[in-house]
Design a protein around this ligand. Structure first.
Ligand code: ATP
Length: 283
């Protein structure tokens, strides 16, 4: 992690608070934009809907990145001088607009897909809304949570666990996917796979967050996300609480990052939001 601190601090505006273990105390209260918390030993990991995320100590990366609603400290005005007179237009850009927020977990997934490919993983893609899969096995889970001052983007990446150490049979790890444990980091020094993975992910994420913040329209990054999305064109079953499962083919993403499913029964297109989905399965 100390090496990761150095890598992260080289990134524009990145700051890192080190956590040796998940039990080393509460995080600082006033987090700076792009604060990174990372550990290789997570004791109470969770996924969506409070599902357990478990990893043997030292074999996986758990990393959270804080994206402040007001990265510069002062709200950036949206629009021109005339719209600045409208208080609603004075919201910080790239933040409180729910249409923009729907893209955050997807961008984190894209960052992770690119990072693991840069380490040597072949294939791999984003399963909407929050998993990175390789040949149908889960390599990484993403969890984003909204706070009053920003968004916490969490990622759990299986790094060095062997087949015997996998917490569930549907998981995989970088090592199982053939990535060597020792190799050169982006700065040319020998580094552990855990540090290389963290550095690669942060580099991709910071770049994508910059593009997301600068985008004119919330959906400007849709082509990039769709390029990395393996769910498109596939037959899916979407479980939604209190409703019969929705069955159809995933046909795209709407302006808010919701998945568009062409329902088999009706041929109508339904938009499903990540927050409403209990499970999404390929059929
Ligand atoms: P699902 O994968 O069950 O469709 P989901 O993608 O919403 O649902 P997440 O919240 O992302 O699930 O992750 C929690 C699930 O991931 C757990 O229910 C468990 O099946 C699985 N899991 C737990 N730990 C790991 C791990 N280290 N690697 C891969 N999968 C894991």
């Amino acid at each position: 992690v100390s090496r990761a601190a150095r890598v992260a601090s080289e990134l524009r505006d990145a700051r890192l608070a080190e956590h040796a273990t998940a039990d080393s105390g509460p995080p600082p209260t006033a987090l700076a934009d792009l604060t990174v918390l990372a550990t290789d030993t997570q004791t109470a990991g969770r996924g969506r809907l409070d599902r357990a995320w478990s990893t043997p100590p030292g074999t996986a990366l758990a990393v959270s990145v804080f994206l402040a609603h007001e990265p510069s400290g002062a709200p950036e005005l949206v629009g021109s001088a005339s719209s600045a007179r409208d208080p609603a237009a004075a919201l910080p850009r790239a933040t409180l607009d729910p249409r923009r927020l729907g893209w955050v977990p997807l961008l984190a997934g894209v960052a992770m897909v690119r990072a693991v490919r840069s380490l040597g993983v072949t294939g791999g893609g984003l399963k909407w809304p929050n998993d990175v899969l390789v040949d149908g096995r889960k390599l990484c889970g993403i969890l984003t949570e909204l706070t009053p001052t920003g968004v916490v983007v969490g990622a759990g990446l299986n790094v060095s666990m062997t087949a015997q150490q996998l917490p569930v049979p549907t998981a995989t790890s970088l090592v199982i996917e053939g990535v060597p444990e020792h190799g050169e980091s982006v700065d040319g020094e020998v580094a552990s796979l855990l540090d290389r993975a963290l550095a690669a992910y942060l580099r991709e994420l910071v770049q994508l967050v910059g593009r997301w913040r600068e985008a004119e329209h919330p959906a400007d990054l849709r082509p990039l996300v769709e390029q990395h999305l393996q769910t498109l064109e596939l037959a899916v079953r979407v479980d939604l609480p209190g409703q019969p499962p929705l069955r159809g083919v995933a046909v795209g993403l709407d302006d808010d990052g919701r998945l568009l499913v062409r329902e088999t029964a009706t041929s109508g297109v339904v938009a499903v939001a990540a927050g409403d989905v209990t499970h999404l399965r390929y059929e």
